[in-house]
Design a protein around this ligand. Structure first.
Ligand SMILES: Cc1cc2nc3c(=O)[nH]c(=O)nc-3n(C[C@H](O)[C@H](O)[C@H](O)COP(=O)(O)O)c2cc1C
Length: 214
C-alpha cells in the first residue's frame, strides 16, 4: 500500500523520535514510518490487518482485510457492505484493527468509529483494481452461502460476457470504510518479554501519549 500523504507538503517522519519510538509525538507520522518499514521487510501483504467488528448483540467477530488507504482521517479498507462485516458495521459502526509484522516483531492496534468513504473515493479505488477483480467483486455475494464453485465461476463468465471490453461499474454495495482512530497503540518486541508499548489517545485535535507496561 502506498501511504497517501498525511497532509500536503508535510515532511515525512516529523514527530517521530528516531532513537526511541515511545517518545514520538505524532501517531500518524509514526504509523507512516512503521508501515513503510513493514513494506520493505514483509514478503507478502504488509498491509494485511485483522479487523474486529461486533454485531448488534455485542458479539465480536474478526477477519483479515487489506489496509488500502491511510492519512490523518484514518484507516481505509474496501469490502462488500452486504457482507457479514458490512451488516455488523451497519448495526454498530465501530471497529478495531491490528497489524502484526512478524519479521519486525511489531504490532499496531487502533480503534474508533467507522464511516463509509465517499462514492468518489470508492469509485477511484474500484477503478484502480484489475478488471477481473472488479468482475469478481460484482460476482461475489460476499458471506452468503454458495452452492459450489462452478456457480461462482458461471457468474463470473456471465458478467465478463456482459461487460465485454466496456467499463465495469462499481456496485453501490462495494465500498470502503474509514476507521477514525480514537486510540492507536504501537508495540515493539523487547528481550525477555520486556516489550515497549506506547498508546496515543485522541483528545480533541491533540493526542495524549502514555507508555504502558508490557
Ligand atoms: C490476506 C487477506 C486479505 C483480505 N483482504 C480483504 C479485503 O481487503 N476486503 C475484504 O472484503 N475481504 C478481504 N479478505 C477476506 C476476509 O478475510 C473475509 O473472508 C471476507 O471479507 C468476509 O468476511 P465477513 O464474512 O466477516 O464479512 C482478505 C483475506 C485475507 C486472508
Amino acid at each position: 500500500m502506498a501511504i497517501e500523504r498525511l497532509r500536503d507538503g508535510e515532511p515525512a517522519g516529523a514527530g517521530v523520535d528516531a532513537t526511541d519510538f515511545t517518545l514520538s509525538s505524532d501517531p500518524f507520522a509514526l504509523f507512516a514510518v512503521w508501515m513503510a518499514e513493514a513494506e520493505r521487510a514483509e514478503p507478502e501483504d504488509a498491509n494485511a490487518m485483522a479487523l474486529a467488528t461486533a454485531d448488534a448483540d455485542g458479539l465480536p467477530d474478526v477477519r483479515v482485510v487489506l489496509l488500502k488507504g491511510f492519512d490523518r482521517r484514518g484507516f481505509v479498507f474496501y469490502t462488500n457492505a452486504q457482507s457479514t462485516k458490512g451488516e455488523q458495521l451497519a448495526a454498530n459502526p465501530q471497529a478495531a484493527l491490528v497489524l502484526h509484522w512478524k519479521s519486525l516483531r511489531r504490532q499496531i492496534r487502533a480503534r474508533g468509529p467507522v464511516s463509509p468513504v465517499t462514492p468518489e473515493e470508492a469509485d477511484a479505488y474500484f477503478a484502480s483494481r484489475h478488471r477481473d477483480s472488479r468482475i469478481g467483486a460484482i460476482a461475489s455475494q460476499q458471506s452468503r452461502p454458495l452452492a459450489d464453485r462452478p456457480t461462482l465461476m458461471a457468474a463470473v463468465a456471465e458478467l465478463s460476457a456482459q461487460y465485454e471490453d466496456g467499463p465495469v461499474p462499481r456496485p453501490e454495495h462495494w465500498t470502503g470504510f474509514r476507521i477514525d482512530p480514537v486510540r492507536i497503540e504501537f508495540w515493539q518486541n523487547g528481550d525477555y518479554r520486556l516489550h515497549d508499548r506506547v498508546r496515543f489517545t485522541r483528545e480533541g485535535d491533540d493526542w495524549s501519549r502514555s507508555r504502558l507496561y508490557p
